[in-house]
Design a protein around this ligand. Structure first.
Ligand SMILES: NC(=O)c1ccc[n+]([C@@H]2O[C@H](COP(=O)([O-])OP(=O)(O)OC[C@H]3O[C@@H](n4cnc5c(N)ncnc54)[C@H](OP(=O)(O)O)[C@@H]3O)[C@@H](O)[C@H]2O)c1
Length: 308
């Protein structure tokens, strides 16, 4: 039987890499042929390239993980952020609409202003505070406002992994270099491992889930400061960090960043329940799993260096 193509964009990003690692685990490989492309193979901001590659592979599903994710840089690179996070999503959505392809697009908790005090449901009104959130919201609308499109938007938050640029890896690096670290303690959210997000996406695809808007994060909520404290404690326990490493709390008003961030961006994940076996993975357990992966990866890289 000829398998239909599932096209993944953003292959070298932290979510793209994890999807390539996991996609066969739950049996997606029995149903689809994975075509995973990075920016060199498909720059999604180029409509001619998009049309050409999609016409060549004729995917039945596109998972768009490509994004402009540098939240602070976006403030001074507005056009680049909108090109990737919004206009390019429009090119993909338009092709998918014409060829009955299911577009699964990933979005962010930063579409909210953070003024809520309980988790944001999928019905809550977005009100982004910065260019990144605004450009991602426009991307969402490119998918959700086309009635003829089989389109799915998955909002997630505070993504991290053993690879790529993320808070956990930055904190580990700064702590292991002995730097004095300050982390804001008045921004609350839900850390999410790329591995649990992939498991959710895989199940959604395998179950031929309904199109629409979903929120998926790991379960629980915490401040960035308390998250850093947990990275420290678990990191010491696993042997990734020395006992001497430390982290101090700071208030957002005393910590300058180019972009404003929501002070509370916890997402209600009720909508995701049918595809996450009804229960959210506990973020603490997921953090420990990723730290163990980082430890194993470090040991592997050290062994490779020793062999040379
Ligand atoms: N990271 C988070 O904390 C977070 C939180 C909530 C939601 N999200 C969303 O989750 C999704 C995945 O995020 P992530 O953390 O995996 O991001 P990431 O690690 O920054 O990866 C994004 C990937 O997109 C690629 N890309 C950028 N511009 C492109 C273009 N014009 N054409 C093709 N590829 C392009 C990047 O390539 P280059 O490296 O070459 O630029 C990179 O490989 C994104 O939609 C993001 O908005 C992320």
């Amino acid at each position: 039987m000829r398998l239909s193509n599932l096209l993944l964009t953003g292959r070298e990003g932290q979510l793209g890499l994890a999807f390539c690692e996991h996609w066969a685990h739950q049996g997606l490989d029995k149903k689809f042929n994975l075509v995973a492309v990075d920016r060199r193979e498909l720059d999604i901001t180029n409509p001619v390239e998009v049309e050409k590659l999609l016409t060549q592979f004729r995917p039945s599903i596109i998972l768009n993980t490509a994004a402009y994710t540098r939240v602070d840089d976006a403030e001074s690179n507005e056009d680049s952020a909108y090109a990737v996070n919004s206009r390019a999503v429009g090119y993909l959505a338009s092709w998918c609409e014409s060829y009955s392809c299911h577009l699964i697009h990933v979005s962010t908790d930063f579409v909210f202003d953070g003024l809520a005090s309980s988790p944001y449901s999928v019905d809550a009104d977005p009100n982004p505070l910065g260019v990144y959130g605004l450009s991602k919201r426009e991307g969402e609308l490119e998918v959700l406002s086309r009635p003829e499109l089989r389109g799915t938007v998955i909002r997630t938050s505070w993504l991290y992994s053993e690879r790529g640029q993320n808070f956990v890896r930055t904190i580990l690096r700064l702590m292991s270099e002995g730097n004095e670290i300050k982390v804001v303690d008045d921004q609350i959210g839900s850390p999410t491992s790329v591995h649990s997000l992939c498991s959710f996406i895989n199940t959604l695809i395998l179950d031929d889930g309904d199109p629409g808007l979903y929120h998926f994060t790991d379960g629980g909520e915490i401040s960035w400061y308390d998250f850093a404290v947990m990275v420290r404690e678990e990191g010491i326990d696993i042997g990734l960090l020395p006992e001497s490493s430390s982290v101090n709390p700071v208030k957002t008003k005393d910590y300058f960043t180019a972009a404003r961030r929501p002070s509370y961006s916890v997402l209600s994940i009720e909508s995701a329940a049918p595809y996450s076996q009804g229960c959210a993975p506990d973020w603490r357990k997921e953090l420990r799993k990723v730290l163990i992966r980082i430890h194993q990866r470090n040991k592997f890289l050290e062994a490779q260096r020793d062999e040379k």
